[in-house]
Write a protein that binds this ligand. Structure first.
Ligand code: PLP
Length: 396
């Protein structure tokens, strides 16, 4: 039988590769200025410290770390995360309420695997993270978009949607959201925790950008207002240490986590011990806080430069003004389509991501996402000049 006759599972219907991963093909070419990915800047990766810690760990605990480990995670890291999560997210957990995951992406995957039946309704910001949409689609969730403004999800709309559609889960990125950079207000955080408890809706609070704040005051997590156990906090060291380590965590009720651990057993058994131990030592040696302090000015300057440039382009109808994170979201008039701008920009060696794939309901072809963490300040100016030239000639 010819291999093209192979029938894939129904869950693969309509599931395509991430639009962003496709764009990486262009971005990896030498000389291309990328506003496309969500990668940390090369200057923000602490390779020297990681090299030193890896060597020390392998010499002192190599035989243990190279063995199989516990699915829940390397216990010293789970202990270290108690203090880290309390300081960063203002939420308290026992080590048993923390499971180490292979990035926060896996946290969402495990939650879906444990909770979502085909057709279950999951509510999400519109637009939202493409990786999350792919995951939700793979579990055949019915993803419904929520109205959002410059302070995040509209809680009245959320309540109405929960009641009307008997939603099973809310997926939200409350801080410096991907793709918009928007942060959910304090009042709305409290309200969402209350709605989760009132209606019995699981909230997947995905907060990988929390510490990348360049202006304004840090806010407590939604989880910090949760008294009922319906909120699960998904965290990650991808944006503050290194994405290649693939270390994240989920923190929440043991009732939910126990089932996620069962799902993780048949996913990857456990997250790599050595990588977990590297993150643990990085935290225990007090390296994370100074590292974040050292990288913030570089990111903040890049964001300020891009925002200033965007404010000079009259054809842009709206752009978000984040206080942190890695992204700015741009909208043109509704009758415009960024497809031609995308092709022209790629032709001139500048890449960005069109906004449409981030919307659960599609459409919004007049939008795009800009990342400011990968390019140097000089390249941001050059890249924005090139984008602007095309906008002036063709998007007026
Ligand atoms: C909102 C959001 N969640 C999760 C992830 C994935 O992070 P990780 O590397 O921890 O899996 C990303 C990465 O871009 C993201 O933007």
């Amino acid at each position: 039988v010819d291999i093209t006759e192979l029938h894939f599972a129904q869950r693969m219907n309509g599931l395509t590769g991430s639009a962003i991963r496709e764009i990486f093909k262009y971005v990896s070419k030498p000389g291309v200025i990328s506003f496309a990915g969500g990668n940390p800047g090369a200057f923000a990766l602490p390779h020297e410290d990681v090299a030193r810690i890896s060597g020390e760990l392998l010499r002192s605990q190599g035989k243990t770390l190279l063995q199989y480990g516990a699915t829940e995670g390397y216990f010293p890291l789970r202990e270290s995360l108690v203090g880290y999560i309390e300081d960063t997210f203002q939420a308290r957990f026992a080590p048993q309420e923390i499971v180490i995951t292979s990035g926060s992406m896996q946290g969402l995957d495990l939650l879906c695997k444990a909770l979502i039946n085909p057709g279950d309704v999951v509510l999400a910001e519109s637009p939202t993270f493409v990786g999350a949409l792919q995951c939700l689609n793979a579990y055949q969730a019915q993803v419904l978009p929520l109205k959002c403004d410059d302070t995040g999800i509209d809680p009245d709309h959320l309540e109405e949607m929960i009641k009307t559609h008997h939603a099973k889960m809310l997926y939200t990125i409350p801080t410096f959201q991907n793709p918009t950079g928007i942060t959910l207000s304090l009042e709305r955080r409290k309200r969402i925790a209350g709605l989760a408890a009132k209606y019995g809706v699981v909230v997947a609070e995905d907060d990988p950008y929390h510490s990348l704040r360049y202006t304004g005051e840090a806010l407590p997590s939604i989880k910090s207002f949760d008294t009922s156990g319906w909120v699960v906090l998904l965290g990650s060291f991808s944006k503050v240490i290194a994405p290649g380590l693939r270390v994240g965590f989920m923190a929440g009720s043991e009732i939910i986590l126990r089932r996620c651990v069962t799902c993780k057993q048949c996913a990857d058994v456990h997250t790599a011990n050595l990588n977990q131990a590297i993150v643990d030592v990085y935290l225990r040696q007090g390296l994370l806080t100074p590292h974040i302090r050292a990288i913030l000015p570089g990111y903040g300057a890049r964001m300020a430069c891009m925002l200033e440039y965007l404010s000079t382009i009259p054809q842009i109808r709206h752009f978000t003004k984040p206080e942190g994170g890695l992204f700015i979201f741009v909208s043109f008039d509704e009758d415009k389509d960024v497809a031609a701008l995308f092709n022209a920009a790629i032709g001139k060696g500048v890449a960005f991501v069109p906004g449409s794939p981030f919307y659960p309901e599609g459409g919004h072809k007049n939008t795009l996402r800009l990342n400011f963490s990968s390019a140097s300040l000089e390249d941001i100016k050059r890249g924005m000049d090139l984008l602007n030239q095309y906008i002036q000639t063709s998007m007026s």
